[in-house]
Design a protein around this ligand. Structure first.
Ligand SMILES: Nc1ncnc2c1ncn2[C@@H]1O[C@H](COP(=O)(O)OP(=O)(O)OP(=O)(O)O)[C@@H](O)[C@H]1O
Ligand SMILES: [Mg+2]
Length: 471
């Protein structure tokens, strides 16, 4: 087989190799071996140019292995003989004594000094952009022919193309990967019923997509929400932005450094997270607003029926007292509303509620009275709590108004029943079944709202007792 034929075959083989795979490592390994064999060289090294670092990095070898690939030999264009070919964009040949040439660059983990000759060519895409360089070595001195130089240049041009393709492919793969991650997030966010679920899905997808050891969302107040996995030596963070304002941060950790592409991906995920967070909050605000609206409406209805009851009462009412009573009743309703809105729960802790009402009443009308209170922590739904608050303020109001110096109030749960008792050491009841606006409110609420019973007895003062089911 003559040289021309051999060269032609090498070129065809290179093109085949280039077209058969999009995996750059594989192409470069095939090129190194193909070139060395066809041109009867002892070694062939292929370097790729990293334009961000501005360095040529050894990516494939034939003939001499690199001891430890973790520190790949790298050099700047212009450095060493291959670097010179890259910088000058022309083939550089040294027929003998290449290893003693002052331009020669030595790498501790790459033994090259056994080679007498070198032919280095640049790898140029479309004849202009530097993609790398490759060289062919022989142990014996060798004068490469013009033909051989041309062949190596032609191969380098093919390699340049395959590098471009592989880069495009890797970029496309990265995009697909990124889109898949984002699609998973959108899906999780749109399927999630609660904000917490969305944010959890975002943090989990972040870990998957970035092969991170840990990830977390950090909110404005610095609170770390939804941490997953664990922290590691390398960390990146991307802001969650909403309408130009930073509303949090998405953080990821890994044992290996994050690439620029990973950072970009985290940025896109953070964008989704910001939308999910704001959307979730808006929904929450809407739900909360509706709940509060509902409660306010109920309260206004209660106030209206209280006023109606009062208007129907007796003929000789003192308007000033009537107004004062109404104010106290409305304040009792307001106290329940306060507790409900502060806690953002549907149930009210009666101990807390009655404690507040007691303080309020003692302060406004209870001068000189000693009110002993003992409340068990019992939970009651909002609407019923409002009724009990009104009942309690009427009973305590009566004890203060009509009773003695000492007043005793207790709230206990007895099995399925809640028992509220207000007793005082005053003169007791003048008649068996006294009625006024206050007591008719109490009776109506206990019967219709609390579905319980009410008893007013007289023995060493008056004692009022309300019993109603806890449910
Ligand atoms: N703790 C008590 N000790 C003695 N008498 C009481 C006590 N509680 C209620 N009464 C009697 O029952 C009556 C009716 O009470 P009710 O609360 O309905 O009306 P009121 O307190 O007179 O006026 P208001 O409508 O402002 O409450 C009172 O006027 C009082 O005579
Ligand atoms: Mg009263």
């Amino acid at each position: 087989m003559d040289a021309r034929e051999r060269h032609l075959r090498l070129l065809t083989q290179t093109i085949e190799a280039v077209n058969s795979t999009l995996d750059l490592e594989e192409v470069l390994a095939q090129v190194a071996t193909g070139v060395a064999e066809a041109l009867h060289g002892d070694a062939c090294f292929v370097y790729l140019y990293d334009d961000r670092a501005g360095e040529l990095i050894l990516r494939a070898t034939h003939g001499t292995a690199v001891d430890e690939m973790t520190t790949r030999p790298r050099m700047r264009p212009g450095e060493g003989i291959t670097g010179l070919a890259a910088e000058e964009r022309v083939p550089v040949m040294i027929a003998s004594g290449a290893n003693r040439d002052p331009r020669f660059k030595n790498f501790p983990n790459l033994t090259e000094d056994e080679y007498e000759s070198i032919l280095a060519v640049p790898i140029l895409a479309r004849g202009e952009r530097l993609e790398g360089a490759l060289n062919l070595r022989t142990r014996a001195p060798r004068d490469f022919t013009q033909d051989e130089m041309d062949l190596l240049l032609a191969i380098a041009a093919q390699v340049a193309q395959s590098i471009e393709h592989a880069k495009l492919y890797a970029e496309a793969q990265r995009r697909v990967h990124e889109l898949e991650a984002l699609a998973r997030i959108s899906e999780a966010v749109s399927e999630a019923l609660y904000l917490e679920e969305s944010l959890e899905a975002i943090v989990k997808t972040t870990m998957d997509a970035l092969a991170a050891t840990g990830a977390a969302l950090v909110l404005e107040d610095g609170k770390v929400a939804w941490p997953e996995g664990k922290a590691d030596v390398h960390a990146i963070r991307q802001p969650l932005r909403w309408r130009g304002r930073q509303i949090g941060e998405l953080v990821a950790d890994r044992s290996t450094p994050f690439t620029e592409a990973a950072e970009e991906l985290l940025g896109s995920i953070a964008q989704q997270a910001a939308v999910a967070l704001e959307h979730g909050r808006a929904v929450m605000r809407g739900v909360l607003a509706q709940e509060i609206h509902h409660r306010v409406k109920n309260n206004l209805q209660t106030v209206a029926s209280l006023l109606r009851l009062q208007a129907r009462a007796s003929d000789n009412i003192d308007p000033r007292k009537a107004l004062e009573d109404s104010v106290n009743r409305i304040l009792a309703i307001a106290a329940v509303h306060d507790v409900l809105t502060e806690r953002r729960e549907d149930d009210v802790d009666l101990a807390e509620l009655l404690g507040r009402l007691r303080a309020m009443l003692v302060q406004s009308v209870g001068a000189g009275r000693e009110v002993q209170a003992s409340f068990e922590p019992v939970l009651l739904a909002g609407q019923k709590a409002t009724s009990l608050a009104l009942v309690f303020s009427e009973l305590l109001g009566n004890a203060i108004e009509h009773g003695g110096k000492h007043i005793d109030v207790t709230l206990v749960q007895e099995g399925e029943e809640i028992v509220l008792a207000v007793s005082d050491d005053g003169p007791g009841l003048k008649e068996e079944e006294p009625t006024g606006t206050g007591l008719s409110i109490v009776r109506a609420l206990v019967r219709d709202e609390l579905r319980g019973s009410f008893e007013l007895t007289s023995q060493d003062g008056a004692r009022a007792e309300v019993r109603f089911p806890a449910q």
